[in-house]
Design a protein around this ligand. Sequence first.
Ligand SMILES: Cc1ncc(COP(=O)(O)O)c(C=O)c1O
Length: 401
Amino acid sequence: MHIHPDARAVVRATAPDQPAILNRPHAAARAARFFVEKFPGKSLYAVKANPSPDLLRVLWDAGVTHYDVASITEVKLVRATLPDATLCFMHPVKAPRAIAEAYHAYGVRTFSLDSLDELEKIRVATDGATDLTLCVRLRVSSEHSELSLASKFGCDLVDARELLQQSRQLADCLGVCFHVGSQAMSPHAYVLALEKARAAIVDAAVTVDIIDVGGGFPSVYPGMEPPPLEDYFALIDRTYESLPVSYSAELWCEPGRALCAEYNSIIVRVEKRRENELFINDGAYGALFDAAHVGWRFPVRLLREGDNDAAGDAEAVDFAFYGPTCDDMDYMQGPFPLPADVRAGDYIEIGMLGAYGAAMKTAFNGFEAVETYTVSDEPMASQYNGSRRHLRTGDNVVSLR
Ligand SMILES: Cc1ncc(COP(=O)(O)O)c(C=O)c1O
């Protein structure tokens, strides 16, 4: 596999007409090692954040052995890519046939649920199996998170007692899980959720074997600089240690974003400029879903051939982006600060798109084509390289020569 030093080298070598996805396997491996070594329990990778088989292999090689899958397609993908991985089907609402196939054909033993109906579905689909690990998902607050996951899934405390007690009857191992929402900006989110888990366990008076604190671990983006992950791990550990769980209980987490955000950036080309709006060749239906639909800001830098010194001197100005489709909603407000003289034909690198970025690309309007390259430079921000450095104005132009 050819490894380019960075985005500049890719543009110089290929001048891509389509968006180019850049992989940074070293960054994903570093994130995985961090969780494997420092999280005080087991880390399951939430495959939905980025299901790239190359990434799955990087995480496996770095020591991640358990995978949170949400669909039968993810079950098959991970099983085909990593035959020895342990798969945990953590979507609380599953199709009966998906449960049966996962259990009987793919060796899945761990399932999450948030209702008695789902418990019955699992019982029937697995023919009353006695070797199940069942994780009851509690609804917890998303108040500390940038993206809420508090509405759709999770059982409320009033219903948790019966669900925990009935699940205990069927389960070989019983777990309690939750999700504090994605990009949780305070470790306190996990303390609040663990206190809710404590209340549910005490109320149901059942033996609990697994506490799964879910995903939500943050990455570094413009305008979002979370506390160090060590702070999250320390508070989770301390609160977990005081919970009334079985003496051999395990602590699990399911990071998606935190393991893969730094894995990808993309190179896009400016096809047109209209004042402070840039029409680029990727967007809301491509890798920039979150930039369009939830106003997420990603770091950007200009990669220009030619008069780089002039561009480097140009004052930074805030731009908005339009994507390539014919849809008005294909719009990303940003702001994305770039040198004032950006023009059609320029290339821009957009960073931190490994989580819910590269994975979201659709073929809408025929804009699915993409090239993928591997690069060896640092991601545009990182919480694992010791610097937690943000891109600053002046860093947002890179010479091609
Ligand atoms: C059940 C479950 N676990 C883990 C994750 C990963 O969350 P994050 O990417 O915020 O770490 C998700 C994301 O939606 C999820 O639904």
